[in-house]
Design a protein around this ligand. Structure first.
Ligand SMILES: *Cc1c(COP(=O)(O)O)cnc(C)c1O
Length: 392
């Protein structure tokens, strides 16, 4: 490790951190991590100096979305800093109990696009399959907090048999996205049964799993899990990291195991106030993702979920961040900035415009430095033909 200024040094392990007494065997056991999640005010207070807004948030947000943080992820939280970007994602705050007039329980209109309970069919050729309501840890801005964690307004009642029948009948569906909740919390056997069942449907070409487990619970990404997953290719995975500190040595190793199993990896970040709403943080994040062999896929504008306005960032800031990346760094590192249209319009790309003018004759564009260029649209007529038509 002579090359100190580059790469590897930016990845660190934070274990055992707040759990000095734990054995490495237990620490590296994903079931131990789940059993020992931080779920109570007393546990939070044992380790962290809580702000009054956080203490009140823990007490008052319990009927909205459960509190749960894996020891692995909890170790990333700074003890005395209420503005810690990791803390803001998983520790409740009193602001969660305030609902702005534009906020909704189901901001992306998923419930109205469910032909079968648990199956969201919004786009022509692909579906979102909500296979569980449990996650390793709970993101306070969860777009599905109405059903996730078991604490909220509704329950998720996925009807698996009816969902399989729907998928079999709808031959236009070629892409199934497993989400929830987090499908990687299933046992290997349970997940394999699900994947096998989907693979048995001839017209389903493409499987993917949307998961934050590699970030919250990298111990879950065992060699056995990877060996099982790679039987179901093409299988892609979208992970969810928001801040560069989340990419620890353990997370990097887990992502490498997945990549080595032939699973193409994308990342979906949410733009969050006080977490990743500045260009330097986002650039550090995408660079570390590329080093973990993860392609930044989407940057989401925050869904209008109830009690999330303290995490909301103006769209202009998101555009500015994307603009600070485009041209200035590796194209593979630039996510597509999207708004999941409120009410159920699906993901709509937004971002800096590079087209200044466009008609049938030309397009005028600007580059990342602000220089202007013109690209003609007309196709040249061969001279003879042009002449003939002139004489007509
Ligand atoms: C995000 C999403 C998908 C997948 O969209 P891609 O742009 O293909 O990644 C599919 N269905 C629903 C309902 C979604 O929200």
């Amino acid at each position: 490790m002579h090359n100190d200024s580059t790469g590897e040094k930016r990845f660190a392990s934070f274990a055992p951190g707040y759990w000095p007494g734990v054995t490495p065997e237990n620490w590296n056991d994903w079931r131990w991590q789940l059993k020992n999640r931080v779920t109570k005010l007393e546990q939070l207070e044992q380790h962290l100096t809580l702000a009054p807004e956080e203490r009140a948030g823990v007490i008052l947000s319990g009927n909205k979305l459960s509190l749960a943080i894996t020891p692995h992820f909890f170790n990333l939280i700074e003890r005395d800093n209420p503005d810690c970007p990791i803390r803001r994602q998983v520790v409740p705050r009193i602001e969660e109990t305030a609902t702005a007039p534009w906020e909704m329980a189901d901001p992306c209109g998923e419930d109205s696009h469910m032909p079968v309970p648990g199956l969201v069919h919004r786009y022509p050729d692909r579906v979102l399959f909500l296979v569980t309501d449990r996650c390793a840890s709970y993101c306070r801005y969860c777009t599905r907090s109405r059903v996730v964690s078991g604490a909220g307004e509704q329950e998720l009642h996925t009807d698996f048999e009816e969902a399989f029948r729907y998928l079999e009948k709808h031959t236009e569906i070629r892409d199934v996205l497993l989400s929830g909740g987090d499908a990687l919390l299933f046992s290997d056997d349970k997940l394999e049964n699900l994947l096998r069942r989907l693979r048995a449907i001839g017209h389903i070409e493409f499987l993917r799993i949307g998961t934050r487990v590699p970030i919250f619970l990298p111990q879950r990404i065992t060699p056995e899990l990877c060996a099982m997953l790679q039987k179901y290719h093409p299988l892609w995975m979208s992970v969810h990291a928001n801040h560069p500190r989340e990419l620890t040595l353990e997370v990097k190793a887990a992502l490498e195991r997945l990549a080595n199993s032939g699973i193409p990896l994308g990342n979906q970040s949410v733009l969050l106030r006080g977490v990743n709403d500045d260009a330097a943080t986002m650039k550090a994040l995408v660079h570390k993702l590329l080093m973990c062999r993860v392609r930044p896929y989407y940057l989401y504008q925050l869904d209008l979920i109830k009690g999330s306005s303290h995490l909301k960032v103006p769209v202009s800031k998101g555009i500015e961040i994307i603009e600070s990346l485009r041209g200035h760094t590796t194209g593979y590192g630039i996510p597509q900035y999207v708004i999941d249209a409120p009410g159920g319009g699906g993901k709509v790309p937004i971002g800096p415009g590079y087209t200044i003018f466009h008609d049938e004759e030309k397009i005028v564009i600007r580059n990342y430095e602000g220089k202007i260029f013109e690209y003609p649209e007309g196709s040249a007529q061969p001279a003879e033909l042009a002449g003939e038509s002139f004489h007509e």
